[in-house]
Design a protein around this ligand. Structure first.
Ligand code: NAP
Length: 250
């Protein structure tokens, strides 16, 4: 479906930017949510240019995943700006290495709050709105890091595991009422978030992920591994016995 009305949290960088560009270029209408409104304004101008002449302006508003009080006003502003909402996309999130998180309990608390608790609170607000109007699409970026307890991502992976389970529960409970939940599980993708980390041979690029996610949104796929090779990698990882997981560094 083209011509969606999309509230987009996290379009300023990385995979979010690539996905927002693809949606804007094909004719969807976007309203950007994020914590740096000035920067969002620049992203909005970029998206308007990609949408071409005569396209509707792209609105922006404050929404900070560390400040839940910004969620309701942000979704209100998006719904007012777009004249209703049928799609909500969340790519915003935090990452830090396991080493840094173990050394800094405050950083760990912030990451667990942003990537799990507050993302769920934001999604609950989005879910209520979409269901109230008969349904819609909620597309949220989780991670393959949530598939199994793994040494390099104990804390980040725990937050994403919780988020993945929440999205699965939403899909089971509300799909029949018209809520299409799309849980994106990126593997390693080259963005600012992974800068400085050693990429594996099957690392992905934001544009490739954006294409996959766009299709999944249109088809209502509940789970997307991106790049797709990660579905096979995680199939193996899910079946590895615990004694093997204790030995390997993956
Ligand atoms: N890259 C990977 O390999 C990978 C793998 C698995 C999962 N993921 C997940 O995929 C999603 C997108 O990742 P990415 O690699 O594209 O990341 P990125 O390039 O670092 O972009 C992260 C986005 O999150 C936003 N954000 C961060 N903290 C926020 C907050 N408190 N409130 C609102 N927005 C906030 C950033 O906005 P600002 O401009 O304000 O910083 C930015 O738009 C994330 O959920 C990430 O956990 C990524």
């Amino acid at each position: 479906m083209i011509g969606r009305k999309v509230a987009f949290l996290g379009a300023s960088k990385g995979m979010g930017r690539a996905l927002a560009r693809r949606l804007a270029a094909r004719g969807d209408r976007l309203f950007l949510l994020g914590r740096d409104v000035e920067d969002l304004g620049r992203s909005a101008r970029d998206l308007e240019a990609r949408a071409g002449e005569g396209a509707a302006p792209v609105g922006v508003t404050l929404c900070d995943l560390e400040r839940p009080e910004t969620f309701v006003p942000a979704l209100d502003a998006a719904a007012a700006g777009l004249g209703g909402l049928d799609t909500v996309v969340v790519t915003g999130g935090m990452f830090a290495t396991q080493e840094k998180l173990e050394a800094d309990p405050e950083l760990a608390r912030r990451l667990l709050t942003v990537d799990f608790a507050n993302t769920v609170v934001f999604c609950e607000e989005a879910r209520r709105r979409l269901l109230a109007q008969g349904g819609g699409t909620l597309c949220v970026f989780s991670s393959v890091a949530g598939e199994r307890g793994r040494k390099p991502v104990v804390l980040y992976g725990a937050a994403k595991a919780g988020l993945t389970r929440y999205l699965e529960g939403l899909d089971h409970k509300f799909r029949a009422q018209g809520l299409r939940t799309v849980c994106v599980k990126p593997g390693f993708v080259r963005t600012g978030m992974t800068e400085g980390l050693r990429p594996p041979p099957f690392a992905g690029e934001p544009d490739g992920v954006a294409l996959q996610v766009c299709r999944a949104i249109d088809r209502g796929h509940p789970v997307v591994y991106a790049p797709g090779i990660w579905s096979l990698i995680m199939l193996v990882i899910r079946w590895l016995p615990r004694f093997v997981m204790r030995k390997i560094g993956f």
